[in-house]
Every structure is written in structure tokens, then in C-alpha cells.
Design a protein around this ligand. Structure first.
Ligand SMILES: Nc1ncnc2c1ncn2[C@@H]1O[C@H](COP(=O)(O)OP(=O)(O)OP(=O)(O)O)[C@@H](O)[C@H]1O
Ligand SMILES: [Mg+2]
Length: 498
């Protein structure tokens, strides 16, 4: 592989009056993993997109191998050996895996696409993650039939298919489970040894310390420092990112009061994926759901929310219920925060305020209530540290993490009795995560029953008192108190009973 050196100097990007990037600096070389760190809205994706020709900067310059370069399009950047996995997924749902990966660079002979070769090449790429995705993921599968983690893998393989000298991974691990992340990191090590340069964006500190050689830190659109990972620590990096931030260092929640009423009792719940799940959840309890991606966690939450069909018994607030539609569940004070903001629940061209109010419309209908809506919306935005120009700005002007905060805020505003969380903090920065955990505490103290799926083991270990681990559609372990350790969590995720 031909060596590469990339320098971004004083890059600037503004949108109207909004400064997305005020002074972006970044240097990365062959054989190096550079982490790009910063709070939600600090400019990481903007800087990445300048490097890949998606965004034209208003100022500054990009030097490739010492030469000033300006890319007019992603195609030009790819020709120069730069390709990226973007935070917002970009696959076309109605095309196949192979068509998506090779779109715009299909193998062609005599004006015809060589389908056989294209499929074989796709299979070869898929084999890099062999055994780590569902049987459904095949070269000819339509993207629309894939799970979020499988789509993310396809995005990664697509970027790889351009044989890049520099690959940018913008939160490419957020939808992956721990085994898939491990494999990706093995691949990154190999790429590195072949002389590829890698820019790695993630809000998970643990990942950054595992894989990165250096870190470039952005704050409010400015590069504020570069550190060698081996000579730095989490505290230092977080301090650079956010002044005075608190990192997740918490006491485990108190044991749940067994006197509290049981809000939710589930008996032998079955769906296409679930094979008989039973659980109880009391008011004021934060019950964790763990396990590898796609073991039935989402199915469980969706079934409880009436979004997919299920069999078995659900008793909510003492009454046997089966919801056939989310509207019915919402009426019964159930809320679900989805992790996949793209496909679930945001009207991108509508304002932040309208989106926040979307689930609580009936409560804020009158003119007087409307000013209350603005006040409540403003408060939740502040509590979640949303970075935005105003509540009236469209959601599509927000950074990825800030858009996810709108999804969370929208459901918290409904003050539900049963709160279902489907990996809600994906892509949320450390500071805002801490705020979110505080909000959860307050909801719990107020008696809300919370069922919390997280793909981030640290989050389950740090917050929950009891975690149910799902494997292959069943609960493979219930871990509580002393038994709730990383080792047990990993073992149970693999299907071993603890
Ligand atoms: N199209 C746009 N119009 C207006 N403002 C924008 C637009 N795109 C980005 N911004 C603003 O630019 C800032 C930087 O956004 P960017 O997406 O680069 O952040 P980020 O560091 O990637 O954040 P995250 O961790 O949440 O993904 C944000 O405040 C965002 O609201
Ligand atoms: Mg981003």
C-alpha cells in the first residue's frame, strides 16, 4: 500500500450563522490510528466530511502527502485513497448488499456489470466478519431486511471496498456488539500493519484506549489538543473535551424495595426471536438487559410496546394486556426510546420543539399549554445539554448525538410509568451521558419502572442492580449484586449459564 500523510489545517465550516467548525486541525499518517474526540456537536463529523469531499470548507486547507488538495466530491477523495464510514447510515434499502457495496465502482467488462464477480467479491468481504452476523446477511439480501448491526457491517465493508489508504470510522462501532467490535479491532490492527491510516471517532473511552495510538480533541469546533494515548488517561482527555465534566463513576443503585408494586410481569413471552421470556419489574427499578446484539432484546421491548406481535402473558399495572399498536401502549403510560434514530421517530425537517412534543401532543394542545410546551422542551434540552441554535431549528441541523437527545427527550416528556430503553445512549458523549443517568435516577426515584437494554457493558455494570442477559431468545442468566461482574456478563452473553 502506498503510504499516506494527511494534514487538515485551520479548517472552517459555517452554516448561515452557525459555526460547525471554527478551527479544525488534524494530522494522521500511514500505520497510525488517530482517535477524533469531542462532545456532541463539537465538529467531528464535519471535519471528517471535509476530508472526504462531502462538505466544502469555508476556509483552511487539506494537505495530502504534503500537497494542498481540495476534493469536489466523495469520488475524488476516494480516488486519492480516502474513504469513510459515516455516522448516519447511507445504504439504499431497496438494493442488495452487493449492489450497495459496489455502487459506482462495479466490476465492469464491455459495458456490462460482472455480477458473478461482484457477488464473489462481496462474499469475500463478508467473510471478514464470518460467524458474527445472521444467516440473512448474504450478497443478494436486500438492505431493508437487515438488522442495524448488519447494516453497519455492510457500511464498513463498503468503505473498505475502495481499498483506501485512509479510512475514517465515524461512530462505526455504535451499533455493533462486543464480538463484532473485537473483530473490527483485529482488522484495524491488520490494516495498520499494511500501512493504512485510520481516523476513529467514538464516544466509548474504553474503545479509544484499546485501539488508538493518538487522539485529537475538538471542543466547540476547535482542535484543542493532540495526545499520545499511551501517555494520557481518560480524565485528561475528558477534561480537554468538556471543561468540568463528570465521568461515569457512580455508586451502583440501591437494591430495589421488594415492597414496591410490580409494574410489569411477563410470562413466557414468544415472538419470532423470543423463545419464552419471563420477568418481573417493580416500580422504581432500573432493570438491565444485556447480551450480544440481536439476541431478542429489541424484540422484547418492541413486543411490550405493541410494535410487534407476540404470544404469552403481559401483566401491566395489575392488568393482563396485549398491545396491538404502540398508540395503545402509549395510552397505558408506556414509552419506548429507540436507539436507531434514523429509522424510528424523528421528523428531520421539522423543528426540535415539534419533535420533542410529538409524543405528548394531546397534553400541549391548547394555546396556554403551548407556552408550557416551549418551557418544558427548553428544560429537557438543557438537562440533556443539547447543542443547538434554537428550539425552532430543524432536527437535520443537529449533530448525530444531539438528534438522539431529541429522541430521548421526546419520551421523557411524557412521564411514563413504564419506560423501555432500547440502547438509548448510542452516540451520546460522556458529559451528556452523565446527565442522562441523573435523569434516570430522578425518574426512578419518582417510581418509574425502567427496562434498559444497553450494548455498552460498562453502562449495565455501572447503573443496574440486576441484569437479565439474553442469548438466542432466552434469558441465559440473571446477574445481581456480587454476581454482576464483567466476567459473568461476557460468559452469559456467550450462552453460558452463570
Ligand atoms: N447542515 C447543518 N446545518 C446547520 N448546522 C449544522 C449542520 N450540520 C452540522 N451542524 C452543526 O455543526 C455542529 C457540529 O456538528 P458535527 O456533526 O460535526 O458534530 P459531531 O462532533 O460529529 O457531534 P456528534 O458526536 O453528536 O456526532 C453542531 O452544532 C451541528 O448542530
Ligand atoms: Mg458526529
Amino acid at each position: 500500500m502506498k503510504a499516506i500523510s494527511v494534514q487538515v489545517e485551520k479548517a472552517v465550516k459555517t452554516y448561515g450563522g452557525v459555526v460547525a467548525l471554527a478551527e479544525g486541525n488534524l494530522t494522521v499518517q500511514s500505520g497510525e490510528v488517530m482517535a477524533l474526540l469531542g462532545a456532541n456537536g463539537s465538529g467531528k463529523s464535519t471535519l471528517s466530511k471535509i476530508l472526504t469531499g462531502v462538505i466544502a470548507p469555508n476556509g483552511g486547507q487539506v494537505l495530502i502527502d504534503g500537497k494542498a488538495t481540495s476534493f469536489g466530491s466523495p469520488q475524488e477523495a476516494r480516488k486519492a485513497g480516502i474513504s469513510a464510514v459515516y455516522q448516519e447510515l447511507s445504504l439504499i434499502p431497496d438494493l442488495t448488499v452487493a449492489e450497495n457495496i459496489w455502487l459506482s465502482h462495479e466490476p465492469i467488462r464491455g459495458g456490462f456489470i460482472k455480477w458473478q464477480e461482484m457477488r464473489a467479491n462481496t462474499q469475500q468481504l463478508l467473510d471478514l466478519f464470518k460467524g458474527l452476523y445472521g444467516t440473512n446477511l448474504q450478497p443478494d439480501a436486500l438492505i431493508s431486511t437487515l438488522t442495524p448491526d448488519e447494516r453497519q457491517l455492510v457500511e464498513i465493508l463498503k468503505a473498505l471496498s475502495f481499498d483506501p489508504r485512509l479510512i475514517i470510522l465515524d461512530e462505526a462501532t455504535a451499533s455493533l456488539d462486543s464480538r463484532q467490535v473485537n473483530r473490527l479491532f483485529e482488522l484495524v490492527q491488520t490494516w495498520k500493519s499494511h500501512g493504512m491510516a485510520i481516523v476513529f471517532v467514538s464516544h466509548r473511552m474504553e474503545e479509544i484506549f484499546r485501539i488508538a495510538d493518538k487522539a485529537t480533541v475538538l471542543r466547540n469546533g476547535r482542535t484543542v489538543g493532540e495526545r499520545v494515548i499511551a501517555e494520557s488517561n481518560e480524565r485528561e482527555l475528558v477534561d480537554l473535551m468538556i471543561e468540568g465534566a463528570t465521568i461515569l463513576q457512580r455508586e451502583r443503585l440501591p437494591v430495589v424495595d421488594e415492597q414496591k408494586p410490580v409494574r410489569l410481569a411477563v410470562e413466557n413471552l414468544r415472538t419470532n426471536v423470543l423463545r419464552g421470556v419471563s420477568l418481573q419489574l417493580r416500580d422504581g427499578e432500573l432493570l438491565g438487559l444485556g447480551g450480544l446484539q440481536g439476541q431478542g432484546q429489541s424484540d422484547l421491548l418492541m413486543a411490550l410496546f405493541g410494535a410487534i406481535r407476540c404470544e404469552g402473558q403481559i401483566v401491566l399495572s395489575g392488568q393482563a394486556r396485549t398491545f396491538h399498536h404502540p398508540r395503545a401502549a402509549m395510552k397505558a403510560d408506556v414509552a419506548l426510546v429507540p436507539g436507531d434514530r434514523g429509522s424510528e421517530g424523528l421528523l428531520l425537517i421539522r423543528s426540535i420543539l415539534e419533535n420533542l412534543m410529538l409524543a405528548s401532543w394531546s397534553r400541549y394542545r391548547t394555546p396556554i399549554a403551548f407556552s408550557k410546551a416551549r418551557a418544558d422542551g427548553g428544560q429537557i434540552a438543557q438537562e440533556l445539554k443539547m447543542v443547538m441554535s434554537s428550539l425552532d431549528a430543524p432536527v437535520n441541523s443537529l449533530s448525530g448525538g444531539n438528534a438522539q437527545k431529541v429522541v430521548i427527550g421526546k419520551w421523557l416528556l411524557r412521564s411514563p410509568k413504564l419506560l423501555l430503553l432500547n440502547d438509548p445512549t448510542k452516540g451520546i458523549d460522556v458529559g451528556a451521558k452523565a446527565e442522562f443517568y441523573n435523569l434516570l435516577d430522578r425518574l426512578r426515584d419518582a417510581g418509574t419502572a425502567i427496562l434498559f437494554y444497553s450494548s455498552d457493558d460498562d453502562e449495565l455494570l455501572g447503573l443496574c442492580n440486576r441484569v437479565l442477559v439474553l442469548h438466542d431468545g432466552e434469558i441465559s442468566a440473571e446477574l445481581r449484586e456480587d454476581k454482576l461482574t464483567r466476567e459473568n456478563l461476557v460468559a452469559a452473553s456467550m450462552g453460558a449459564s452463570a
